[in-house]
Design a protein around this ligand. Sequence first.
Ligand code: BES
Ligand code: MN
Ligand code: ZN
Length: 524
Amino acid sequence: MNARLLLLGMFFCIASNVAFAISVDVTNNTAQTPHQATCFMLKENFQMDNDLLATQQTLNLEAALSKDIVTLLNDLEFKGKAGDFHCISAPVNNALHHFIFAGTGTDQNNEVGMEEIRRATGKIVNELKAKKIPAAMLRIPTNSSLPAADIAKQTTIAALLTDYQYTEFKSDYKHVDHTLTLVTADANDDIADAVWQGNVIGSMTNTIRTWSDGPPNVVTPIFLAEQAQALSKQYDCICTVFDRAQAEELGLNGVVAVGKGSSSECRFIIVEYHATDPDAPTIALVGKGVVFDTGGVNLKSFENMLGMKYDMCGAAAVLGTVFTIAQLKPNVNVIAIAPAVENKTGSEAYRPQDIITFFNGKHGEILNTDAEGRNILADGLSYAEKIYKPDAIIDVATLTGACIIALGHHFSGIMSTNQNLKDHLFNAARISGERLWELPMTNDYKKGIESDHADFKHIATGGFGAGASIAAHFLANFVENTPWAHLDIAGTAKDVDNVSYLNKKFATGVGVRLLTDLVLHYQK
Ligand code: BES
Ligand code: MN
Ligand code: ZN
């Protein structure tokens, strides 16, 4: 039998302090690692292969289940289709053991898809949680043309994402540690490194998810700034935070205008990761950090206001990405900029028909204070371009309800006029599983923001439609000549249904996985 590489993942349920650790070990005997569950990912029309056979023999399965696995699964009509799932519990060596089977199905080329692997992992980990199983083995597919390291990395990420829950304010919550051991026949350093990377990405995503799920009376602009400072210290990043007075001084007037309606002061947060190579390319990420969006004086209704604590998920995504990258240390500089404000109705609140002179000197006419996100992103974009002269700028924002109407909750909208950057992003979407769908940017829609009284309006009026694209055209005024893409995550940041590794009740952490893969593969 091949030496088996055991990838030990300790994953913890989440409180505000998220501690993840993964340790890697090599053995040639799976039975040496104590565990209460043995989990299999099987593709459609799976055969009794070496690994299945080995497990069967090691655990003396036939004695336990009185049948070989394949016959048993046949009886249960488990065909290995995507979504097929069975848990069989039986005594093995006088202790109850769980055998968990999750199907991945196959595509047109008889191959297993990475998303199916992530979703099978999600089903398995949910079962481990439900049954409170502290230690389990997961045999990852080996008979696949997907690189084993990629499978190991994505399985690790999916397991960590599935494990997430927001428990900070649950008085009776009891914390239980789990261990998941990935089993694969190929013992090599690439796989160990991939699992380490997956652990970094998954755990940082879970950390920033706690900010998104956190209540808006706790997660204020100052809270986000403090988190950014603490993590910058931990991961050796440069953190700069401007308060309201400094933002006014600098002319970050879009941020100040939106923020001053709240007694909870705005913060302009910058985190820099610098690669050691002085010639490394630089990517700037700008994230919308509206910690709560009441709509401002154009106040939202009861239905529309619920959920608006998630209006800082763009900021969470860019901060999560820079802190992930600071651990993975690729040869790309990453600058994360997170303007953080609360959009509220205080006596200083900005109003419809105000004209804001933004950081780049352009004048924008406000028509609806509920279109606040683009005003803070505007300053973030031009600040990023002017100060850091990056090779590419990407902004991430829960920007428009229109994007949810267009794309629902399974695709983020991407708007860009730079084909090369779009190619990079679509490639990262394919790898990470964070799907993108392009929405148009055309001069016909640019007309929607022509203004009689200023350089442009910030929204279109009179049933113009194309709300997500209109927002992108407004933002385009704040990038001069740097490749730029806008990601609208209004639909994908929360409320994603039927994805086993995401919980509809909680933030998804969307953006971290995508942008991390973009940075890791980025070349000018
Ligand atoms: N934060 C909202 C967008 C949003 C809506 C995100 C629902 C997630 C779920 C944004 O600030 C907003 O209010 N947009 C307005 C823009 C309109 C006033 C032009 C919208 O989409 O209705
Ligand atoms: Mn709004
Ligand atoms: Zn908003």
